[in-house]
Design a protein around this ligand. Structure first.
Ligand code: PHE
Length: 339
């Protein structure tokens, strides 16, 4: 009996000290668990004379019940305390002013790229992406620019060795696309290109958007019509385009395309250097040799291609005067392009 009272007092003391439900559980187990004090008391049954056993069992069971009640009551109090502590910790002052979250914006190059895809997919173009690491064949040779061709000097190439290079133009994708697909098709190919070139309007890495249309009876007029549509949507409803003769090995005839200056409406201003026109892209009728290289019969099919610098379009559209702003990622610059 005395021993029982002692055990109860000890359980009271230890459970009083237990700060949280974990600690309390440990204490409880040290009495009522498989190796706990009460359980080992029960095991002492064998040492007791037969006739005393029922009384002893009753005593131990009574003790167990007291302890269970004790721990249950204590558990409830500990839980209440824990809840109170948690509520205090997670208290929210709903009268505090909110924190402003800074939202991002699409990069101007991304915006122009997406707008171009929008414009041309509206005319039935599908998007194709070629690799940035190319070999000589796709970037030059198949585009009618063999090794000794002077036009190779038009673009300062980063060579990687073993016949590989960083593509200097998305035109390489023309070949890859035509090797896989039979005409008719309208293809649009955005991507990064690389040239050893670096000043306020040139960056060693920039983006181009290539277009390629091949079908029966395609003419330069189709090119002009689609570019007019592009200029009106991208710049202003009154924008016009003009074609000037130029040279690219993979187009014949080749043209350079100017858009009427959106800043002065074509009257002449500093942006267009007084001419009223701004050069935006290169284009032309696909050279029949290029078609032949891709297994397309040039007597049956004709096509046009164009390639534009996306940074250049973005600079014109948003009045950006240095191409480096587009890669520095200064948030004060980028934030100006939020919709
Ligand atoms: N690839 C040419 C360049 O990078 C642009 C171009 C593309 C010209 C398609 C004609 C046809 O300068």
């Amino acid at each position: 009996m005395n021993e029982n009272e002692e055990i109860v007092r000890e359980a009271e003391r230890l459970s009083e000290q237990a700060e949280d439900s974990r600690a309390l559980y440990e204490v409880k187990m040290s009495f009522l668990g498989r190796t706990g004090k009460v359980t080992s008391l029960m095991k002492r049954m064998k040492e007791i004379a037969q006739e005393l056993r029922p009384a002893f069992g009753k005593e131990v069971n009574a003790l167990r019940e007291r302890l269970e009640a004790l721990f249950a009551a204590r558990e409830e109090r500990v839980k209440e305390r824990e809840l109170a502590r948690r509520l205090a910790r997670e208290k929210v002052d709903v009268t505090m002013p909110g924190r402003r979250s800074r939202t991002g914006a699409l990069h101007p190059v991304t915006k122009v790229k997406e707008e171009l895809i929008d414009i041309f997919s509206g005319m039935g173009f599908e998007v194709f992406e070629g690799p940035e690491i190319e070999n000589d064949y796709y970037n030059f040779t198949a585009l009618n620019t063999p090794a000794d061709h002077p036009a190779r000097d038009m673009q300062d190439t980063f060579y990687l060795g073993e016949g590989l290079l960083l593509r200097t133009q998305t035109s390489a994708g023309q070949i890859r696309f035509m090797e896989k697909r039979k005409p008719p098709f309208k293809m649009l190919s955005p991507g990064r290109v690389f040239r050893s070139d670096d000043d306020a309007t040139h960056s060693p890495m920039f983006h181009q958007m290539e277009g390629l249309v091949v079908d029966r009876g395609v003419t330069l007029c189709d090119l002009k019509g689609m570019l007019d549509e592009f200029a009106r949507t991208m710049f202003s409803a009154s924008s016009r385009t003009r074609l000037r003769p130029s040279y690219f090995p993979f187009t014949e005839p080749s043209v350079e395309v100017d858009v009427s200056c959106a800043s002065c409406g074509g009257k002449g201003c500093p942006l267009c250097k007084g001419t009223g026109w701004i050069e935006v892209l290169g284009a032309g009728m696909v050279n029949r040799r290029v078609l032949e290289n891709c297994g397309v019969d040039p007597d049956e099919y004709t096509g046009f291609a164009f390639g534009m610098g996306i940074e250049r379009i973005a600079m014109l559209k948003y009045g950006i005067n240095n191409i480096k702003l587009l890669t520095e990622n200064d948030t004060r610059f980028l934030e100006q392009f939020k919709d």
